[in-house]
Design a protein around this ligand. Structure first.
Ligand code: SF4
Length: 470
């Protein structure tokens, strides 16, 4: 998962892109970058870390001239940590400078990458994004937007992407519409972003979504919808509503806040805890679901955990070592709220269970009499191949243990998950509009090659070592 933003037609393009990335920091915290185009020349600044770390000096934005820009916050799903994989990526395609920012994950990579390498392609990164550039570079079409169309017809999976060149700003979304992608306008400036919270910060009005399968070009002539990859059954990622998107965003045509409240309400109906004194959330992603639970159950909502906002979201961190550290740094219980009370602790999901186990212990140590854990989504039992970096099935606690066993592992007095039907009932769209594969095991696309995150990283021992004689 990543956050992307595109700006076209504003002399402050880099600054607006920076704001758009800032609003979407939650979508990727491993790296950030902005590329601008100015009179045919491409300028880039990128690096590992948060947006505020990468752009630590405001003067850096002045080094990115031009009236169009694309930006990217990285969350790795293909290709590991490392600055070479941070977007937007830049290439020369037939002597034209081209830059690309991609949110999603392609699934039929190995065969295509192998074929390209057999034909002499040299890959600079371990990302699926670079593969797209190789495919479009092979196209005989003249225009980049047509080259991209030809390339996209060869790939499968989730993508919301932008390509910036002197031709203009191209945007494309996969035919299933896996990831959100919106178009807005700020006076004469076009703004594209993963989530509407980026438009809000920039002050742009939302116009519409980039339609599933649509490839559009924004140029001096305005916005032109150039190609439409044939429509298929939508497969919006339901986890965007449950956890990933910001509650103040509007995605897939509905407010995230509204969906999350409904998930909380459904959860209260399905899994009541009638003897509990208060409902608390695991901040921030579960706040809204906890409010929904409290409203439906009539149990008072309290703030029982304080989150340190200067530490990244633990789930999004790519390495277990870092994850353990961030949990300890991140939450502090409010003893005055929790002491001698029976607690309903609402969270959006459980992946490995280690974070929740630590939280239950923190809450007990703060004097809570009982802790009832309520999860506003079903158990995660399957890997995601479409943009979320869940661990392998063997690391997902719900594949290894029953609900009762998980409750014991967590040290909770009771544990209940929202059912899949309850999750779908909370949504505005029909149930067949969503991907629910991590819960249900029903993948909307057949996954013929099981991708892994580091599949294209060179093993260290195979990296050529150059020894310079002194
Ligand atoms: Fe979203 Fe789960 Fe489907 Fe992945 S498998 S796209 S996280 S619903």
């Amino acid at each position: 998962m990543c956050g992307i933003v595109g700006i076209y037609g504003n002399p402050e393009a880099a600054t607006l892109a920076y704001l758009g990335l800032y609003a979407q920091q939650h979508r990727g915290q491993e790296g950030a970058g902005i590329v601008t185009v100015d009179q045919g020349a491409i300028h880039r600044h990128m690096g590992e870390g948060l947006v505020s770390e990468v752009f630590h000096n405001p003067d850096l934005l002045d080094s990115l001239p031009g009236a169009s820009a694309i930006g990217h916050t990285r969350y790795s799903t293909t290709g590991g940590i490392g600055s070479k994989n941070v977007g937007p990526l830049m290439f020369n395609v037939r002597d034209r400078a081209v830059s690309i920012a991609h949110n999603g994950n392609l699934i039929n990579l190995s065969t295509i990458r192998h074929d390209l390498q057999e034909q002499g392609a040299l890959f600079q990164t371990a990302t699926d994004t670079e593969l797209l550039i190789h495919l479009l570079a092979k196209s005989r079409h003249e225009r980049l937007v047509d080259q991209l169309h030809e390339a996209l017809l060869q790939v499968e999976g989730a993508y919301s992407l932008m390509i910036l060149s002197e031709e203009g700003l191209i945007a494309a979304r996969d035919p299933q519409g896996w990831r959100p992608f919106v178009i807005g306008k700020l006076d004469d400036t076009w703004v594209l972003a993963s989530e509407t919270c980026a438009l809000d910060l920039i002050g742009a009005q939302e116009l519409r979504e980039v339609q599933p399968g649509e490839i559009l070009l924004i140029s001096e002539s305005g916005l032109e919808s150039v190609h439409q990859i044939p429509a298929v059954q939508p497969a919006h990622c339901i986890f965007e509503y449950i956890y990933f998107s910001r509650p103040d965003s509007r995605i897939f045509g509905a407010n995230v806040d509204k969906m999350r409240r409904r998930l909380g309400r459904e959860l209260a109906r399905e899994a009541p805890a009638p003897t509990a004194d208060i409902v608390i959330s695991v901040p921030d992603s579960s706040n809204t679901a906890a409010i929904g639970y409290a409203q439906e159950s009539g149990i008072r909502h309290e703030i029982g955990l304080i989150r340190n906002h200067y530490v990244g979201r633990s789930f999004i961190r790519p390495r277990q070592k870092l994850r353990d550290l961030t949990v300890k740094l991140k939450f502090n219980p409010v003893r005055g709220v929790l002491e001698d009370r029976e607690i309903v602790l609402v969270d959006d999901s459980i992946v490995r269970g280690t974070t929740m186990k630590t939280l239950v212990k923190l809450i007990r140590d703060a004097g809570a009499k009982k802790v009832h854990v309520r999860i506003s989504s079903p158990p995660i039992r399957n890997s995601c191949y479409f943009g979320l970096d869940f661990p392998t099935q063997s690391e997902l606690i719900a594949t290894q243990q029953t609900v009762e066993e998980v409750a014991r592992f967590l040290g909770a007095d009771s544990l209940a998950y929202l059912s899949l039907q309850g999750t779908l009932d909370a949504m505005d769209h029909d149930s067949d509009h969503f991907c629910t594969a991590c819960f249900s095991g029903r993948y909307p696309l057949e996954v013929k090659e099981i991708p892994s995150k580091d599949m294209f990283e060179l093993p260290l021992e195979s990296v050529p070592v150059v020894v310079t004689a002194t």
